[in-house]
Design a binder for this molecule. Structure first.
Ligand SMILES: Nc1nc2c(ncn2[C@@H]2O[C@H](COP(=O)(O)OP(=O)(O)OP(=O)(O)O)[C@@H](O)[C@H]2O)c(=O)[nH]1
Ligand SMILES: [Mg+2]
Length: 240
């Protein structure tokens, strides 16, 4: 694995809210045989967790040297996904930073392959694309297609998965990403800024989404409408 990552240090950043039931199993699976992943650090950032996420994190910190549990409870309209990511990314020390949800849906075991693709294609930023995938709920697929179309119309970028929650990028490009969205909109923001500033050094790479641990707490319609509004507003914001 170290060979596949070409000697680069890699940080994994995971936002989490109320993932106490799954966190321990997820992190142990990532670091343990039969296929331990070669992350130099794993940073989980809890946002407004009301279950035992932080306690589980404290136990993991004692047992797994590369694991750190951080906390950022800022939120906009009750959502702090973007704040959790920003805190984790700011704390990450690896040359390569991998961001992924903490619900088991993103294949962090594919990072070595993605880093190889980055090396071969001279990429600094990869957004991991889940589509096409007939296994994903039709309503979610339709919503993402509509947001992709909005982005194409307003920004001219052909993005297949405007809401992917897994990205792999060089730490050196973090300032270019100009992250500021504290809620779910960090997901479109990171891609739009990467494509705008990095041009051909940013690309999507296909991955396969895995089955989620636990039940969804997501309100897809509300979140989708929030994204549609934010994407339009951001297009005409002067600071873009
Ligand atoms: N629900 C929620 N999750 C957060 C928040 N901040 C961080 N998270 C974490 O962000 C990740 C994504 O949240 P999910 O609830 O899985 O949202 P999603 O991936 O859009 O939707 P589903 O997986 O389909 O339910 C998870 O790892 C959560 O634990 C927040 O404010 N609300
Ligand atoms: Mg999820």
């Amino acid at each position: 694995m170290a060979m596949a990552l070409r000697g680069k240090s890699v940080s994994l950043v995971m936002p989490c809210r109320n993932e106490g039931k799954h966190l321990s199993g997820l992190i142990r699976k990532i670091v343990s045989p039969p296929s331990p992943q070669d992350f130099d650090e794993i940073i989980c950032v809890s946002n407004c967790s009301t279950d035992n996420t932080l306690e589980v994190g404290a136990v993991l910190e004692k047992e797994i040297p590369c694991f750190r549990m951080l906390q950022d409870d800022r939120a906009i309209g009750g959502i702090g996904y973007g704040y959790a990511h920003m805190t984790g990314i700011a704390a990450a020390t690896g040359e390569i930073i991998v961001c992924a949800d903490c619900d088991g849906t993103y294949p962090v075991e594919d990072v070595a392959l993605i880093v190889d693709i980055m090396d071969k294609q001279g990429l600094s930023f990869v957004s991991c694309c889940r589509y096409p995938d007939s296994g994903i709920a039709p309503m979610l697929q339709l919503g993402v297609k509509l947001l992709n179309a909005e982005i194409r119309l307003l920004y001219g970028y052909r993005i297949q998965d405007s809401l992917s929650g897994m990205w792999v990028f060089k730490k050196s490009v973090v300032p270019d990403l100009r992250l500021s969205a504290g809620d779910w909109n960090l997901s479109p923001q990171i891609k739009l800024n990467a494509f705008s500033v990095l041009g051909k050094k940013a690309a999507e790479v296909k991955i396969h989404q895995l089955k989620r641990y636990g039940q969804t707490k997501q309100n897809y319609v509300r979140t989708g409408l929030g994204h549609a509004w934010w994407i339009a507003k951001n297009r005409f914001a002067s600071s873009r």
